[in-house]
Design a protein around this ligand. Structure first.
Ligand SMILES: [Zn+2]
Length: 254
């Protein structure tokens, strides 16, 4: 997981600020009249305009697991704060959810279907449960979410990697909960990351152990691994966070 820096301060797609705001106003009125369930319109939050913007800003990667998703699926427009109902632990779903954020740009991200549908679902645990904003009259800024927000925060302050395995930095609870609840350590994902890591570490070891003579050949090997190092700093790179950890532990100092 890396910070989606492109999304910070980006302007919301028009469909959200037009239709989305109008719908949200209706929900607020409905809530004030006693409603706890709302009819959400995926044609607004999942509108082509929204999805395409998210794909561009996230460079085709899942906001949670950093897999490139676009070559195998369309991806899901995911709500950081769940719109229809929330779950703190394993209890039955609590309603209403964050209905007033269903079309809120800040709350929308692109994720792979596995992260969204199989793991995150309606989970939105808070460190202090009674800080929860239960309706649009309460302030979400008082909440202390356990899930790291992939755009407003830097996930790399909370999650690092031991080879291909994600672990919480200094055992930070937000790192642990985000890894566990989003399945960031699921087996198939670890396998996929391992393939990438093995390729990079093989090239690293080859370059590091390459004989110093002739120097031009040593340089070719070093240039190759340097390219991977540079790429790991680019947000579009699949599993960039893991690769950054690798290069922090394995500097190109030869
Ligand atoms: Zn994912």
């Amino acid at each position: 997981m890396i910070q989606i820096r492109n999304k910070i301060g980006s302007v919301a797609p028009k469909v959200l600020t037009n239709e989305g705001v109008a719908k949200t106003d209706n929900y607020k009125t409905e809530f004030n009249n006693g409603a706890t369930e709302f009819k959400f319109d995926s044609g607004i939050y999942g509108h082509k305009e929204v999805k395409e913007r998210l794909v561009t800003l996230q460079q085709g990667k899942c906001c949670f697991c950093e897999s490139k998703i676009r070559h195998i699926s369309y991806g899901d427009v995911e709500h950081y704060r769940p719109k229809a109902g929330w779950v703190q632990n394993n209890e039955p779903i609590n309603k209403p959810g964050y209905y007033w954020l269903a079309y809120d740009w800040d709350n929308l991200l692109l994720s792979c279907q596995l992260c969204n549908q199989q793991f995150k679902k309606n989970y939105f645990p808070l460190l202090t449960e009674n800080s929860r904003a239960r309706n649009h009259n309460e302030d979400i800024n008082n909440e202390d979410p356990l899930f790291i927000h992939p755009a407003n925060e830097n996930p790399e302050e909370y999650i690092e990697f031991n080879e291909e395995m994600p672990i919480a930095v200094d055992n930070k609870i937000r790192g642990t909960v985000t890894i566990t609840n989003l399945g960031l350590d699921r087996e198939l994902l670890n396998e996929q990351r391992k393939k990438t890591l093995n390729m990079v570490s093989d090239i690293y070891n080859l370059a590091k152990n390459f004989p110093d003579n002739p120097p031009e050949l040593k340089k070719v090997a070093k240039d190759k691994i340097t390219k991977y190092h540079v790429d790991s700093g680019r947000d579009e790179t699949e599993y960039a966070s893991m690769l950054r950890c690798f290069f922090r532990k394995n500097p190109i100092d030869f």
